[in-house]
Design a protein around this ligand. Structure first.
Ligand code: HEM
Length: 486
């Protein structure tokens, strides 16, 4: 009996020595990477766990290094902050960074969707879905966008001359109305604003609140602990309320052959692809959840920035008038017209540079990587891709990096910038699948709004405050007033 205990004891000791050795080796390698001047102490970490999303931005995101590779201590956690375009290019195209098994990737609780599924499933799902987010297919849904933007304009008309209001809610309803209709479920969300605000906006808000609370309360990261809390019930109920009104109906109508649809859902449900119901369900939910706030926040930000920069707003208006004529009454945009709106595109890009919704996405490298400066990044490191910081780097964008200047996206000036210095949708194989879709939708809605209305705000550009919840938002709200142009 004693000998069995002795053997077990020795095995245990060897096991711990191995872990300790691996840990020492990891720290020996990682110590060579320069240390960031930003350090989040245990005390600050505890304060951040209170869930103040503005503080999270001010204390952490805003102060992340905007150059090279740095070690950042975040309480007991160690991150590697990546803020050089060369390293971002390396990481975003490296096979060993493709899997997304960091716990934060599954906070939305749709485990079988693109955002968080296993890497073999991701390859298959993305291959099936990619064609439906390509230009050729998107051509076919521009008529839906035109129709849905008309409903938006009807709702906005009611706000004309009524003083400042937060335009974000109307744009969220447009975003959800459009993505559902593109999946062949036309609920006329915007025409039934009251009912659907209650179902969608309320539940999206709950999802965001739970996700951010889980982000900052690091002890809730492990699934088995989180599942014991009432937050789990809260987010599961919110996702299932959204799903009951949308995903389940979309799947049912295809199954009952009510619609001969040509959408990515139909493709996912094709028996030859062999996907389970849970996988199809989570993919549809992922698209609904990722398509809404992202496009609505970006479009709201463009409108707010234009309200603050009247000269630039007038330049956009002149371009619109030149390409589309004077009236929005019978305006129907097509791809050719959208492609001619170059200045508007520069304005959207400049907004995404200053206010990228994903401020510092997280990746974990499955294998060792050698950085562009020759540092070794050991396998299983947590990498923070410092998008916000690199977008505002003075070394890259010049002394006026914090100013709103769309001209920096003119072909001549932008070709001098490293392509990985501007990555609002990230880049590489895991780049946002919906980036073209959202650019087309945002251009279509902006063209209509800016041609018809002059936008104003009392907010000042340099007084804007940001919060990460979990995407970057303006704390004050997107408060604008609209007045019809004469
Ligand atoms: C302006 C609007 C948008 C921005 C700025 C944006 C940005 C991003 C970013 C930064 C990521 C990478 C996240 C990460 O790896 O942590 C991402 C991924 C993703 N986005 Fe978007 N997005 C936008 C709109 C959309 C829309 C409209 C859709 C759907 C129609 C969408 C669907 C997705 C999906 C499914 C992923 C995961 C892709 C994968 O891992 O294969 N996004 N997006």
């Amino acid at each position: 009996m004693m000998t069995i205990f002795k053997v077990l004891f020795i095995i245990l000791i060897i096991f711990f020595i191995q872990i300790f050795y691996k840990w020492l080796k990891y720290f020996y390698i990682i110590k060579k990477i320069p240390k960031s001047s930003l350090k989040i102490s245990f005390k600050t970490l505890w304060e951040l766990a209170g869930g103040d999303t503005k503080k999270l931005f001010d204390k952490f995101v805003k102060n992340l290094d905007s150059d090279g590779l740095k070690r950042v201590h975040f309480g007991p956690f160690l991150f590697i902050n990546v803020a050089s375009p060369e390293d971002l290019q390396l990481i975003l195209n490296s096979k060993c960074c493709l899997p997304k098994d960091h716990p934060t990737n599954n906070f939305l609780k749709v485990p079988q969707g693109l955002l968080s599924c296993s890497i073999d499933k991701w390859y298959l799902h993305r291959k099936i879905m990619n064609p439906y987010f390509g230009l050729q297919y998107l051509h076919t849904i521009i008529p839906i966008m035109n129709r849905k933007v008309k409903s938006l304009m009807e709702n906005l008309n009611k706000m004309e001359g009524k003083g400042e209001f937060n335009i974000f809610n109307d744009l969220s309803l447009l975003a959800i109305d459009n993505i559902l209709t593109a999946m062949d479920l036309d609920l006329d969300v915007q025409k039934n604003k009251e009912k659907y605000s209650e179902i969608f906006l309320k539940n999206f808000k709950i999802c965001n609140e739970v996700v951010i609370e889980r982000h900052v309360k690091f002890w809730l990261h492990p699934e088995f602990i989180f599942n014991q809390t009432n937050l789990n019930e809260k987010i599961t109920n919110a996702v299932s309320e959204i799903s009951k009104e949308t995903t389940l109906k979309i799947m049912q109508q295809i199954r009952e052959n009510q619609k001969n649809s040509n959408t990515f859902v139909q493709a996912l449900m094709d028996p030859k692809n062999n996907l389970t119901d849970e996988e199809i369900h989570d993919e549809i939910c992922t698209i609904i959840l990722t398509a809404t706030d992202t496009s609505a926040v970006t479009a709201s930000s463009v409108i707010l920035l234009l309200a603050m920069h009247k000269e630039i707003q007038n330049k956009v208006f002149n371009e619109l008038k030149q390409v589309l004529g004077n009236s929005t009454e019978k305006l129907t945009l097509d791809m050719e017209m959208l492609n001619k709106l170059n200045y508007l595109e520069m304005v959207i890009k400049e907004t995404l540079r200053l206010m990228p919704i994903g401020v510092s996405p997280v990746k974990v490298n499955k294998e060792e990587i050698i950085s562009s400066e020759g540092y070794v990044i050991p396998a299983e490191s947590t990498l923070l891709l410092s998008v916000y910081a690199i977008h505002r780097s003075k070394t890259i964008w010049g002394e006026n990096a914090n100013e709103f200047e769309p001209e920096r996206f003119s072909n001549e000036r932008f070709k001098k910038i490293h392509p990985y210095a501007f990555i609002p949708f990230l880049k590489g194989p895991r780049m946002c699948i919906g980036w073209r879709y959202s650019m087309i939708l945002i251009k279509t809605l902006l063209a209509n709004i800016l041609l018809k209305y002059e936008i104003d705000t009392n907010l000042k550009f340099h007084e804007l405050e940001f919060e990460t919840c979990p995407i970057l938002k303006v704390c004050q709200g997107y408060l604008v007033s609209i007045k019809e142009r004469k």
